[in-house]
Design a protein. Structure first.
Length: 203
C-alpha cells in the first residue's frame, strides 16, 4: 500500500549481490590460481598506467592539477543526491491520521482521529486470538485518503476466509465507533513463525 519502490529495490539489491559475488570469486581465484594472480598484476598495472596518463593529459594549463578531479567530485555529488532521493522514497505512504473531518457545530473546527487509535484497538482485539501467530496493523495514505493494512499470520489449520470475515467484522465495529468507513486491506500470509509456533501461550 505504500509507495516504496519495491522493483527498484530488488534491482539494486540484485546488482549489489552480483557485484559482491564477482568480487568474492575474484578474491578466491587470486588466492588459489597463480595464473589469475599474474594476469591481475599485469592488468592492474596497465590500468594504473592509463589512469596516470589520463590525469597527466588533462592538467590545467600551467598547473599540475587535473580537471578530472572536478568531474569526479561532481559525479560523487550526483551519486549522493540519488542515494538521498532513494532513501527518502523508502516507507513513504504511512499516515498518522485516520479521520479528518470538519465539524460545523457550535464551535466549528476540524475533528481528527489519529491512526494509532485504530491500530491499537485492532491489535488489542487480535492479540488474544490463539489462532494467530502474529498480527500487525498500520495506517497508510492511499490516493489522499487514510486506509488500514492488517497483516495476519494464522497458525496451521486456520481457515483464511473465516479469519478474514472475523477481522472484517472487527473493522466494521471500528467504523461504527469512529463514525466513518475506512478502506482496509487484510493480508493473510504464512512464514516460518506460522509453521513452527505452537497454539499454546505461556502467561
Amino acid at each position: 500500500m505504500n509507495s516504496t519502490p519495491a522493483l527498484l529495490n530488488r534491482v539494486l539489491i540484485g546488482i549489489l549481490g552480483i557485484k559482491l559475488l564477482a568480487v568474492g570469486l575474484l578474491l578466491i581465484l587470486l588466492a588459489t590460481v597463480p595464473a589469475v594472480a599474474s594476469w591481475w598484476h599485469s592488468w592492474s598495472g596497465s590500468v594504473w598506467t592509463g589512469i596516470n596518463q589520463a590525469f597527466n593529459s588533462t592538467r590545467f594549463p600551467g598547473r599540475p592539477e587535473s580537471w578530472l578531479w572536478i568531474v569526479i567530485a561532481l559525479a560523487l555529488l550526483v551519486l549522493i543526491g540519488l542515494m538521498v532521493a532513494w532513501i527518502a522514497q523508502q516507507g513513504k505512504g504511512r499516515s498518522n491520521l485516520l479521520v479528518v473531518e470538519y465539524d460545523p457545530g457550535t464551535v466549528a473546527g476540524d475533528v481528527r482521529i489519529g491512526g494509532g487509535v485504530a491500530e491499537q484497538a485492532l491489535k488489542h482485539a487480535l492479540a488474544e486470538r490463539p489462532d494467530l501467530a502474529a498480527a500487525t496493523v498500520a495506517t497508510y495514505e492511499v490516493r489522499g485518503a487514510p486506509a488500514l493494512k492488517v497483516r495476519l499470520q494464522p497458525r496451521q489449520g486456520v481457515a483464511p476466509h473465516l479469519l478474514a470475515a472475523e477481522v472484517a467484522a472487527l473493522v466494521d465495529a471500528l467504523d461504527t465507533v469512529v463514525g466513518k468507513r475506512t478502506p482496509v486491506l487484510i493480508h493473510i500470509g504464512a512464514g516460518a513463525r506460522t509453521r513452527f509456533s505452537r497454539a499454546e501461550r505461556v502467561r
